[in-house]
Design a protein around this ligand. Structure first.
Ligand SMILES: Cc1cc2nc3c(=O)[nH]c(=O)nc-3n(C[C@H](O)[C@H](O)[C@H](O)COP(=O)(O)O)c2cc1C
Length: 197
């Protein structure tokens, strides 16, 4: 499978970076082709410019999109599976990834309607969408407080939405006590990779 990883963490010494390396190794062992959009490394622009807002806010789909956005669209079109990997920051993804959705999910590509009210969505339907996030809090805490449910709703129901055939989200929680959870996380990742086909 062609797998695109949208990765969003600024630190090479981070636990999330370790997860990225583990994930890429496991995917390559299963003979998947892996491409990574490393948003911090690419210095991906997160803010929408006024010019871009003119296009997005008023659905002027005939206007061109920026080159960096067109490149992300190409990567999406080449992929069968997209994995979003990031740390939970303030109960959501980092602003860098939020900005990727703001700009890459452009009107007329990821959503939109024509003058006759017909849906226009050039983005191909991707076979599989997977969200993996690391979190300082434990999974139990995130479930009890319903933060996990709110993260699932936003990521799976809205951001992945109908654009993917199969969708799943795993929360690798408890990173504040990493030695207690790392083995469990490794096991989750191993199982996840085995079922990607
Ligand atoms: C700015 C910031 C905000 C954070 N907010 C949350 C949060 O809302 N919930 C949570 O469980 N962990 C939170 N964390 C902890 C990170 O999720 C945790 O550090 C990360 O998943 C794993 O560590 P890493 O940065 O080494 O990859 C936050 C960390 C930072 C730096």
């Amino acid at each position: 499978m062609n797998i695109l990883i949208i990765y969003s963490h600024p630190g090479r010494k981070s636990y999330t970076f370790r997860v990225l390396k583990q994930l890429v190794n496991a995917l390559q062992k299963e003979n998947h082709h892996v491409e990574i959009s490393d948003l911090y490394d690419m210095n991906f622009q997160t803010d929408m410019t006024e010019q871009e807002y003119e296009r997005e806010g008023f659905a002027k789909i005939d206007l061109p999109v920026s080159d960096d956005i067109a490149k992300e669209h190409e990567k999406i079109e080449q992929s069968d599976c997209i994995i979003f990997l990031y740390p939970v920051w303030w109960s959501d993804c980092p602003a860098k990834l939020k900005g990727w959705f703001d700009r890459v999910y452009s009107v007329g590509y990821a959503y939109g309607y024509d003058a006759n009210g017909q849906k226009i969505q050039k983005m191909k339907k991707i076979k599989s969408g997977i969200v993996i996030c690391t979190a300082g809090h434990s999974n139990e805490f995130l479930e009890e407080t319903e933060i996990a449910e709110s993260m699932r709703k936003v990521m799976l129901n809205d951001r992945l939405g109908e654009r993917f055939d199969k969708k799943e989200m795993i929360i690798l929680g408890g990173t504040l006590y990493i030695e207690e959870v790392e083995e469990f996380h490794t096991d989750c990742l191993r199982k996840l990779v085995k079922q990607i086909r």
